[in-house]
Ligand binder design. Structure first.
Ligand code: AKG
Length: 288
């Protein structure tokens, strides 16, 4: 029996018109709360390691500004950092946090599966693996993802839906994601590259579309398609924003990357690659 409290036909109409939809109360509050706690503990742990490696406190905006100025200077030292440190500078959790088994439970939530099955036209769902998990400390511009389409980070997937999941309230001050409503109609755009953020487009590309900051509560999800223009809203509060983004696609779509097969409850590796050895992180939708 369906556990959904949303009208699927209304949802599809909104998604097709605006390129995104906000769904309230879709996830089990205990799950969301538990994952939020896990991320807080992981941030505490990784902050210590980051301090030892770089001399900067990851939650201190002045120390991070000074560090980032050096990393983005003429010798582009950012690229010489170890992968986990590169992620942390961007406000992303390193791979081993994102690979934790308990994070997959988001994909096992029945109401979310019903929505995704309708949007993707398939009950055979897969999740790009691992998902992205983020922390955004206050006043750290380098951790804000610039304007982009997720298709630019996921060229290996022909069709997918991104699901944004906050693990804390998203308010005007503690920002989440801004979407440019209707911008999915632009189709796939060419993206440019800069040192910390691989893929972005200039704001000019989205001028014609209404810019909306999506306010959310824990348990809500934001669903959007690969061509919707969006970017991080700054965090001007005094707390860290925790969130995740998960990408789902139908079983009929080929991929040469790791994925989580939801029906079987297993992670599937590309042919010839052992599961969970993907330490070069090329399989991650980093920043997307
Ligand atoms: O959460 C953010 O700040 C950015 C999220 C994003 O760009 C995405 O989900 O593709």
């Amino acid at each position: 029996m369906s556990q959904l409290t949303v009208d699927l036909e209304d949802l599809v109409a909104t998604y097709e018109r605006d390129g995104y939809a906000l769904l309230s109360g879709m996830l089990d509050p205990t799950l969301v709360d538990g994952l939020g706690g896990l991320l807080q503990r992981q941030l505490d742990d990784w902050s210590d390691r980051f301090l030892q490696a770089t001399g900067a406190r990851i939650t201190e905006s002045r120390q991070m500004d000074a560090l980032v100025a050096g990393l983005t200077g003429p010798d582009r030292a950012y690229h010489a950092l170890d992968q986990p440190l590169q992620h942390l500078v961007r406000g992303e959790f390193p791979l081993d946090v994102r690979l934790r088994e308990e994070v997959r439970a988001i994909a096992d939530q029945r109401p979310l599966q019903e929505v995704l099955a309708r949007l993707l036209g398939s009950a055979n769902l897969r999740m790009h693996y691992p998902p992205m998990l983020r922390f955004k400390p206050p006043d750290q511009p380098q951790s804000n993802v610039p304007l982009h389409q997720d298709s630019s980070y996921n060229a290996h997937l022909e069709r997918f839906v991104t699901v944004g999941v906050p693990f804390c309230p998203i308010t005007d001050a503690c920002g989440g994601v801004n979407v440019l409503a209707g911008s999915h109609r632009l189709g796939r755009l060419a993206h440019e590259e800069r040192v910390i953020w691989g893929n972005y487009v200039e704001p000019e590309a989205g001028r014609a579309f209404e810019d909306r900051h999506v306010l959310m509560e824990p348990g809500d999800v934001l669903v959007f398609g690969p061509e919707l223009l969006h970017y991080s809203h700054p965090n001007r509060s005094s707390r860290v924003r925790f969130s995740g983004d998960f990408r789902f696609f139908p079983g009929a779509i080929e991929t040469d990357r790791h994925y989580y097969d939801i029906e079987r409850g297993t992670v599937v590796a590309p042919e010839g690659v052992a599961p969970r050895t993907d330490t070069d992180e090329h399989g991650c939708a980093a920043g997307a």
